[in-house]
Write a protein that binds this ligand. Structure first.
Ligand code: NAD
Ligand code: MG
Length: 388
């Protein structure tokens, strides 16, 4: 039996992971589940899967979680420290599906076990990619990407020499506002931004898809994870969301990865790796689909993509600034305090302000990532309360 834990179990990726685990009850022993404020869901899944430990990130949630688990053998715990302890419980495979930079430290802790980390939490690669990779290396751990694009790249690279890669193309659906005129974007509402044409995901990543901040993060994720130079990484708008990524080689060949827009593919691939097993994924009927279309994104309309390029060029701790400022900008947009287009303006301002102190480093340190993260959050909140 494979021992597994799911961090961020109550979210969209977490629930898709549990769906796959629950389909093969004899194959997995689930050690720990962690969640946020949805204690009902957390407790229900913990009991149903017979896990050892359920942790809520909310320190005030302990009593309620314990009450909900009463009569079961599941241990309850709460707060950030308990979250780290859950990540440190020995397992063979950990799903990192907490949203935001809050996923960084539990992910690092899981890597210290020297086993496999299935990484959906792209923010940790954006804000501390070199630290994540060096921690994995130091402990002999494996990181498997669980973003549809990055799982696709990973699969297209099997058996290939990374030195023969000429370019990597990741696709973007274009999000909720793909077909909106630019003038309308300024007035886009939360409800409009929080619907996705093709994928069903958590609220934050759905809004990031509409602003293309999600794609911007994924460009950086590609650069950090695969070690590919920024100028070799492209994003292309592909409204059908059926081709997830393409890898181009120096002989001109391109390997494309296609599949239905269902995260259970990338999750299941990481769960079964290095094997491939049956997955409950809709099969593509190519004749019915008929055509796949692609077009260049308009970087003036989507400044997030330009910012991502600047972040990759600058290197150092710039990704931590970008991620933290983006998280605050998104909070402010969700709270109705800034407009849709103000998010990119705000992130750019924070990047500019902190540029002189973030570009260089010898060895990335967690303490410094934390400091930069807090400083960028402070600045973003400050700028966000005045005009951006
Ligand atoms: P979600 O909002 O649906 O779920 C997030 C999970 O993290 C929940 O369990 C929540 O309780 C927990 N959480 C939130 N804040 C926390 C905190 N401060 N401390 C501890 N736990 C906290 O998000 P999601 O859509 O499932 O995305 C999870 C991660 O996977 C993100 O990094 C996202 O970018 C990435 N991802 C998601 C998808 C998708 O299809 N949803 C696709 C690719 C990548
Ligand atoms: Mg993705």
């Amino acid at each position: 039996m494979k021992r597994v834990s799911v961090l961020g179990a109550t979210g969209s990726i977490g629930q898709n992971t549990i769906d796959l685990l629950a389909r093969r009850p004899g194959d997995f022993h689930v050690v720990a589940l962690t969640g946020g404020r949805n204690l009902e869901r957390l407790a229900e899944d913990a009991k149903r899967l017979g896990v050892e430990l359920a942790v809520t990130a909310d320190p005030d949630g302990f009593e309620e979680l314990r009450a909900r688990l009463a009569g079961s053998n599941v241990e309850a715990a709460a707060g950030p420290k308990a979250l780290i302890e859950a990540a440190a419980r020995p397992v063979d495979w950990t799903m990192s599906a907490i949203v935001g930079s809050a996923g960084l430290e539990p992910g690092l802790e899981a890597l210290k076990q020297g086993r496999t980390l299935a990484l959906a939490n792209k923010e940790s690669l954006v804000c501390a990619g070199p630290l994540l990779l060096s921690t994995a290396k130091a402990h002999g751990a494996t990181i498997l990407p669980v973003d549809s694009e990055h799982s696709a790249i990973f699969q297209a690279l099997i058996g290939e020499d990374i030195a023969a890669v000429e370019r990597i193309v990741i696709t973007a659906s274009g999000g909720a506002f793909r077909d909106w005129p630019t003038e309308r974007l300024r007035h886009a509402t939360l409800a409009e931004a929080a619907t996705h044409p093709n994928w069903s995901m958590g609220q934050r990543i759905t809004i990031d898809s509409a602003s293309l901040f999600n794609k911007a993060m994924e460009l950086i994720e590609t650069h950090e994870f695969f070690g590919i130079a920024p100028e070799r990484i492209e994003a292309v708008i592909h409204p059908e969301s059926l081709v997830h990524a393409l890898v181009g080689f120096r002989d001109g060949a391109m390997m494309a990865h296609l599949g239905a827009p269902d995260m259970r593919h990338a999750i299941g691939y990481a769960l079964n790796w290095p094997d491939r097993r049956e997955l409950p994924i809709e099969r593509l009927d190519l004749a019915r689909i008929g055509a796949l279309t692609f077009r260049d994104p308009d970087e003036r309309r989507h400044p997030a993509l330009r910012l991502a390029r600047e972040v990759m060029q600058a290197g150092g701790y710039t990704g931590a600034v970008f991620n933290a400022a983006k998280e605050v900008a998104l909070d402010l947009f969700i709270a109705g305090r800034i407009g849709f287009l103000d998010m990119a303006a705000l992130v750019e301002r924070v990047l500019d302000q902190m540029a002189s102190e973030t570009g260089v480093f010898d060895t990335m340190r967690l303490e410094r990532v934390r400091e930069i993260d807090s400083q960028a959050r402070r600045l973003a909140s400050e700028f966000g309360t005045v005009e951006v």
